[in-house]
Design a protein around this ligand. Structure first.
Ligand code: T68
Length: 799
């Protein structure tokens, strides 16, 4: 949009008066932020309204991304960038003595997601808007997002994230569009006089779902999509019998808190309620909108909408959509089923068995009696239909209802026309191993969509220094199309470019060093290799492997304080699920090792270990641009994709990683010599599983370096871990090292040495870094979302 400084200042000053009865001089930072945000909201609202009108008039098909989590982070700068007014607003504020970046910093992160899955959803919404693809989000407006992490005496402590305290300037509460969601009670079927059995209900619990809309503003275009988040409330006309405190509390609970578990299935009733809550509310709104806009029968709905099931949490979309078609529109079952399968599509994000959702039949039956009947009927008809075609074995292994449980992945696959994994390796594993039986029955449904990232946030916003150098070197086309970064390759031998790229990284390192000084009280050397592992703490991600290597370096120094070594700063950021004891123990160990290493005079500044508290999107925006090395060291086959690996690459860090998830595709495009690969392949891992012949204890006994490092956990070398040390030690020895940490240790050390050698050659390192940036184009989520739009949803870009 077009905006002059004069206009903005006028709007801003006026808003301070109308909203807060104050002026530039007297306004506090919260008032300033709120006024700026409110002005920006007014700017995009017009575009939003027009785009809604355009969508309604053209009636083009739209897609809806149902996800129980989103992780957008802060929105102010992203909205400014996308509106094309970031510089104008920054300069205008600066004229008024206000620092935009300082103001932007106090906006709370919108953190209604755990990690990769939620962040991917937000990257997709950003990219869809920016490429003009009509995709809207549907989720829950949790009053409390992911917990805030404090580190106290080395331990993780969780504090509530009350992100709405100062209001949310971006959202619009649409009370007029509220719908009801019903739980429990009894249901029975009665002939409606025409031979059709219709459901009747008694004693249902009623919940009001109120939508809050947050605009997803496209990058320098005219698209504004919607992220709809639902809040649970008590219906205004509630029967007095139900107006008791317990019911009020239960209702509020539905949208109160995000479950802080990732990669783990938690079978609690409230979670199941949350799932049905946002699924039912979302589908009702989508269908209401369809009815209002289109004058065609609902049997045509698959031509107008597409519903995406992000992981299994929204899998109840399948029976709920059936319920609406069959019970409310009176559509005959077979026909309704064909429509449902056409409308639905599903993404799988994990092969970890502990993350696969299953709900006890009894629980579903009690909480959602009609949905339960529909699931049984889906299962019954499918079984009858397939038995003669594929045989009992395949039918049984793929059934939705078995062993007293409802298998949500099975429901999602069976009830949709597309199942995709999130990186090539992952999608292959789904077809060949994890979902092989489904693949035999429905081969045409399986496909891959390698993840991507919203590159504008991770470069233009998070790394202005690098972006500036790129503009000067290759022009600005890369800002619209990340593939244009390929132009950078021509500068691989241009010393000036290499120097400027490295200088940008160095500035970012200074900024991070300052942050670390302020928050951790640790002085780090900006010349050191900044070696970063940021992600959720999980055994399969193997933060422990990183830790063992740090201990090796530590002992090398202790044995020979004069040893020549490129100084290193190891940086961690990781939240552990509050109930994940082992992960929390590892956090404690990292912090105690950090204390030991950082305060050892022999070590000087050769080695520093920093655990950064409360890793989140905003912190990632400070850390990743400063990294030299990104650690992507999960056990091969376990990380479905990973997306921080892509963010590091975009910011010029080199990856040290296993052949897992999207790392493989990163290595393919980065080119040999520009990454450090190590460790078992997925085939080797599966070979161990088949043979059952892995023996971690042997490695402990036979490898003196490993022996010494592991002993440090139990012999008092590392202080203050008398409970956690033995736990870690036992996991690696007695319990046979589930994720092959010891098996991959030697090769990891070798790769780390290669890395150090390359870093000593400044020019070669800079070239490798440049090659990473130049080849990152594929990992823009603009690419990913276009693939979803073309291959799965069949929705089209606005021209
Ligand atoms: C992640 N999954 C994958 N799950 O681990 C990661 N799970 O490899 C991938 O890049 C990313 O998804 C995007 O595809 C998750 O982040 C969760 O957060 C989660 C949350 C609740 C329940 C289960």
């Amino acid at each position: 949009m077009k905006l002059t400084k004069k206009q903005f200042k006028q709007d801003f000053e006026k808003r301070l008066t109308t909203k807060f009865a104050t002026d530039v001089e007297k306004a506090g930072p919260q008032e300033t932020l709120a006024a700026v945000s409110s002005v920006i909201k007014a700017y995009y609202s017009k575009i939003w309204q027009e785009d809604n009108e355009y969508k309604d008039e053209t009636k083009k098909k739209q897609a809806y991304y149902f996800s129980i989590e989103f992780l957008p982070g802060k929105m102010l700068k992203s909205n400014l960038l996308n509106l094309g007014i970031l510089d104008t607003v920054r300069e205008s504020l600066s004229d008024l003595g206000i620092d935009l970046d300082a103001i932007a910093q106090i906006e709370p992160d919108m953190a209604i997601g755990n990690g990769g899955l939620g962040r991917l959803g937000s990257c997709f919404l950003d990219s869809a808007a920016s490429t003009g693809i009509p995709l809207n989000g549907n989720g829950i407006r949790y009053s409390y997002g992911l917990f805030k992490q404090k580190i106290v005496d080395g331990y993780q402590v969780e504090l509530p994230d009350s992100w709405l305290d100062n209001g949310n300037p971006w959202e619009i509460r649409r009370a007029d569009k509220a719908v009801e969601v019903h739980f429990g009670g009894e249901v029975w079927l009665e002939d409606d006089g025409t031979g059709r059995l219709m459901p009747h209900y008694r004693n249902q619990e009623r919940v009001l779902a109120v939508p809050y809309d947050t605009p997803m503003v496209g990058f320098e275009n005219t698209t504004v999509n919607n992220m709809c988040l639902w809040r649970s409330e008590v219906p205004k006309d509630l029967d007095l019998r139900f107006q008791n405190l317990e019911y009020m509390r239960q209702t509020a609970m539905l949208s109160a808190e995000l479950y802080p578990d990732d990669s783990n299935y938690d079978g609690r009733l409230l979670r199941l309620k949350q799932e049905y809550f946002f699924v039912s509310a979302g589908l009702q709104r989508v269908i209401n909108h369809f009815k209002n806009i289109n004058k065609v029968p609902v049997t045509h709905i698959a031509d107008f909408i597409s519903i995406h099931i992000n992981d299994t949490h929204p899998a109840l979309c399948v029976p709920e959509f059936m319920r609406i078609l069959v019970d409310e529109f009176g559509i005959e079952w077979e026909r309704a089923w064909n429509i449902t399968v056409k409308v639905m599509s599903y993404t799988n994000h994990t092969i970890l068995s502990e993350a696969l959702e299953k709900w006890p039949e009894e629980m579903v039956k009690n909480l959602l009696p009609r949905i339960y009947q529909i699931i049984l009927e889906i299962d019954r008809r499918r079984t009858a239909d397939l038995l003669p075609k594929v045989g009992a074995k395949l039918v049984h292994s793929t059934r939705i209802v078995k062993d007293g449980q409802i298998h949500m992945a099975n429901l999602a696959i069976i009830g949709s026309h597309s199942t995709n994994g999130v990186a090539k390796l992952h999608s292959d594993l789904l077809k060949d191993v994890e979902l092989h039986d489904f693949y035999l029955i429905y081969p045409e449904r399986f496909n891959n969509k390698t993840n991507g990232i919203a590159d504008r946030r991770w470069s233009q916003i998070a790394n202005e220094r690098l972006s500036g150098v790129l503009d000067e070197t290759i022009g600005k086309s890369w800002r619209h199309n990340l593939n244009e970064l390929k132009l950078l390759e021509a500068y691989k031998n241009d010393e000036n470019t290499l120097e400027r790229l490295q200088a940008a990284n160095f500035d970012n390192k200074l900024r991070l060093a300052e942050y670390i000084q302020e928050h951790n009280g640790i002085t780090v050397n900006p010349e050191a290799i900044f070696d970063v592992q940021v992600k959720r703490l999980h055994a399969y991600k193997r933060q422990l492997l990183n830790v063992l290597h740090i201990l090796k370096l530590y002992f090398d120094i202790k044995d020979n304080p004069e040893i020549e070594m490129v100084p290193r700063v190891f940086i961690f950021g990781a939240k552990a699920a509050p109930g994940y004891h082992y992960a929390k123990s590892i956090i404690k160990c990292i912090n105690e090792i950090a204390n030991m290493v950082n305060n050892d005079k022999d070590v000087a500044d050769k080695l520093k270990v920093v655990f950064m508290e409360n890793y989140n999107v905003s912190l990632a925006e400070i850390i990743i641009p400063a990294a030299n090395v990104g650690e992507q060291i999960s056990l091969a086959s376990k990380e479905a994709s990973g997306t921080s690996n892509m963010k590091f690459m975009l910011n010029g860090a080199l990856t040290i990683g296993t052949l897992d998830g999207a790392n493989i595709e990163i290595f393919e495009v980065a080119g040999k010599g520009n990454y450090f690969k190590f460790g078992l392949t997925k085939d080797e891992v599966y070979e161990y599983y088949r043979n059952g012949n892995y023996n971690a204890h042997d490695i402990y006994e036979q490898n003196p370096i490993v022996h010494r490092i592991l002993d440090a956990f139990i012999d008092g070398t590392i202080p203050n871990i008398s409970a956690e040390g033995p736990e870690v030690f036992d996991s690696l020895t007695t319990y046979n090292d589930e994720y092959f940490v010891l098996r991959d240790f030697n090769d990891y050390v070798r790769a780390q040495k290669d890395l150090e050698r390359l870093y000593k050659n400044k020019n070669a390192w800079a070239q490798a870094s440049l090659m990473n940036i130049a080849n990152v184009g594929k990992f823009s989520s603009d690419r990913t979302i276009k693939e979803y739009a073309d291959d799965i949803w069949h929705v089209h870009e606005k021209k």
